[in-house]
Ligand binder design. Structure first.
Ligand code: PRP
Ligand code: URA
Length: 209
C-alpha cells in the first residue's frame, strides 16, 4: 500500500485557507499555489539520495554531500497542474517537465485525455505528477497509468486538496505511488467537487469564470 503524506505545516495551512476563500483573486491564488508547491516540494524530495564529493573551502579540502544525480521529471496534469510547476522548478531547476492534458467530462465526471508530451528519458527519472485537486481520483489514476505505460516506475503524486474518495481510488489502482497532499477534505458533492474544497482550481488559477 502506498503512503499518504499529509504536509500540513502551519505556513501551508495558512496559505491554503486564503486560497479557499471565494473572493481571493486569481493573482493571489496563483502566487499562493506557487509558494505552497515549493514548500511541499521540500518534503516530496526529502529522501533524494546523496553522494559525497571532494571540495575545497577557503580553509581546507573536504568531502561534502551533493544530490546523487537523481534525475527528476515534473509532470502537471493540465490545466490546473501547471500552477504547481514553478514552485518545484525553483527547488530543482534542472528537472525536465512533461505535460498530460485531461479534463473531466461534466456529465460522467470521467477524465478525457487530450494531450501527452513527456521527456524522452522519462522512464529513467523520478516523476512527480502534480495536480492541485484529487477529487474522484479518475484523472490522477489515469495519468499514473499513462506514465506507467511509458515505462515510468518511480512516481510520486503531489496534490493540494484531496477527497477521501480520490485517495482511496489512487491507492487501490496504484499501490506503488506515494501521495503527498496539503489537506484531506470531507467528501465530494453531487457534482464531484471537493467539499469544502476551493472550487474549480483551473478556473481560479486562470480566471476563466
Ligand atoms: C480538475 C483537477 C483535476 C481533476 C480532479 O481538472 O485539476 O485534474 O479535475 O478531478 P478527479 O479527481 O475527479 O478526476 P479539470 O477536469 O476541471 O480540468 P482543468 O484543470 O483543465 O480545469
Ligand atoms: N476539480 C476541481 O478543480 N475542483 C474540485 O473540487 C474537483 C475537481
Amino acid at each position: 500500500m502506498s503512503t499518504f503524506h499529509l504536509i500540513d505545516h502551519p505556513l501551508i495551512q495558512h496559505k491554503l485557507t486564503i486560497m479557499r476563500q471565494k473572493n481571493t483573486h486569481s493573482n493571489d491564488f496563483r502566487m499562493l499555489l506557487n509558494e505552497i508547491s515549493m514548500l511541499m516540494g521540500y518534503e516530496v524530495t526529502r529522501d533524494l539520495p546523496l553522494r559525497q564529493i571532494e571540495i575545497e573551502t577557503p580553509i581546507k579540502k573536504t568531502k561534502m554531500s551533493t544530490i546523487a544525480g537523481k534525475k527528476l521529471a515534473i509532470v502537471p496534469i493540465l490545466r490546473a497542474g501547471l500552477g504547481m510547476v514553478d514552485g518545484l522548478l525553483n527547488l530543482v531547476p534542472v528537472a525536465r517537465v512533461g505535460h498530460i492534458g485531461m479534463y473531466r467530462d461534466p456529465d460522467t465526471h470521467l477524465p478525457v485525455e487530450y494531450y501527452c508530451k513527456l521527456p524522452a528519458d522519462v522512464s529513467n527519472r523520478l516523476v512527480i505528477l502534480v495536480d492541485p485537486m484529487l477529487a474522484t481520483g479518475g484523472s490522477a489514476s489515469d495519468a499514473l497509468t499513462l506514465l506507467k505505460q511509458k515505462g515510468c516506475r518511480n512516481i510520486r503524486f503531489m496534490c493540494l486538496v484531496a477527497a477521501p474518495e480520490g485517495v482511496a481510488k489512487v491507492q487501490a489502482d496504484h499501490p506503488d505511488v506515494d501521495i503527498f497532499c496539503a489537506a484531506l477534505d470531507e467528501c465530494l458533492n453531487e457534482h464531484a467537487y471537493i467539499v469544502p474544497g476551493l472550487g474549480d482550481a483551473g478556473d481560479r488559477i486562470f480566471g476563466t469564470k
